[in-house]
Design a protein around this ligand. Structure first.
Ligand SMILES: [Zn+2]
Length: 267
């Protein structure tokens, strides 16, 4: 896997340097375009004390670690752990405006991963957690050879559930909220409403009908956003426990096995 750090040469303590970096066509194609980040969000980040703080933490991290080598070493570790080799994937390290963490995007016809380095909070453990998540997407896409994100809700739930579950395997001892990148309140909401949610989505699993509602970070809905990540995670964890398996054993599993086993079980 190729890791490309687009932030090299950017002076993180100089807003002008960051601004000109953000005007680069590559950064627009990797981040601003696909993530629909507005000019307002950009400008607000440059004057936000919280954003400045995350940059300071990032500078400390980058001073003691080469992010590119860290990413390569972690990915190599996942390859050894799972026995699944990585193809010709590319991971871009990008400085975003603190709107997201790690994601896959189509650029010029090929699918690449993008990690927003300001989201790491200066922590190599967070880096490991995010990369473990993304690694499973590479492996699953490779094993199934299909669109694991947009084909249907059932596929997406299990794809993301496997990703968060593998994060939990490689960085144990954290909370479900940490693995699913949500607030604690979202986790308790899903635990309380698990059956209700299951009933609501049961007949739509083979479709993309609820894709935006369930997965889009800023969806306007009557329940917490990103509930689907928690739902998928809980379904996968339960399946693994029932079957006596580890996440690395089911990287390419048919999503129907996971959701049918968990169906109607309640909490
Ligand atoms: Zn994901």
């Amino acid at each position: 896997m190729k890791v490309i750090d687009t932030t090299l040469g950017v002076d993180l303590s100089d807003p002008k340097s960051i601004e000109s970096y953000w005007n680069d066509e590559l950064i627009k194609a990797l981040y601003f375009g696909p993530k629909k980040v507005s000019a307002n969000t950009r400008d607000a980040a440059l004057t936000s004390p919280a954003f400045a703080q995350s940059l300071a933490r990032l500078q400390t991290l980058a001073a003691s670690h080469s992010l590119v080598s860290c990413c390569s070493e972690l990915m190599d570790g996942f390859v050894r752990d799972t026995g699944h080799s990585l193809g010709n994937g590319t991971l871009y390290l990008v400085l975003g405006c603190a709107t997201t963490t790690i994601y896959t995007v189509e650029v010029e016809g090929s699918s690449v991963s993008v990690l927003c380095v300001e989201s790491l909070g200066g922590s190599t453990q967070t880096l490991e957690l995010y990369l473990a998540h993304e690694f499973t997407h590479f492996a699953r896409k490779d094993l199934l050879d299909k669109d694991i994100f947009e084909s249907c809700i059932g596929e997406r739930l299990v794809t993301e559930g496997i990703a968060d579950s593998y994060s939990a395997d490689v960085v144990p001892g954290q909370t479900t909220a940490t693995y699913c990148i949500v607030d604690e309140s979202t986790v308790s909401w899903v635990k309380t409403h698990y059956d209700e949610l299951e009933t609501r989505i049961r007949t739509t699993l083979e479709t993309t009908e609820l894709m935006e509602t369930l997965f889009y970070m800023f969806a306007r809905i009557d329940f917490p956003v990103r509930t689907s990540y928690v739902f998928g995670y809980l379904a996968v964890r339960r399946y693994l426990q029932d079957q006596g398996l580890q996440t690395k054993d089911i990287l390419g599993i048919d999503w129907r096995h996971v959701l049918c086993v968990s169906r109607g079980r309640g909490r």
